[in-house]
Write a protein that binds this ligand. Structure first.
Ligand code: ZN
Length: 80
């Protein structure tokens, strides 16, 4: 007699696990540094908070894009 396989898949325990909206890392608000992490809540760190802020402050935290150099053709004014 073989024991039936355990089909009951145990769902993950419902913890108060928040995830950083930027890097999606679990943000733990427990422990000694909970107060520090709360400063950046819901982000995991100051860095991620700044990254998210950068999305709002258009310009400061943006990747420096190339200048709009679409003018490949020489703009020669050949007016005969
Ligand atoms: Zn993060």
């Amino acid at each position: 007699m073989e024991a039936p396989p355990d089909k009951s898949q145990q769902p993950p325990p419902k913890r108060r696990q928040r995830r950083c909206p930027v890097c999606h890392r679990p943000v733990t608000l427990t422990g000694d540094r909970a107060a520090q992490r709360l400063k950046f809540f819901p982000f995991c760190s100051e860095r991620c908070r700044l990254v998210d802020l950068g999305a709002w402050f258009d310009g400061d935290y943006r990747i420096p894009a190339r200048p709009d150099d679409a003018s490949d053709e020489p703009a020669e004014d050949t007016s005969a």
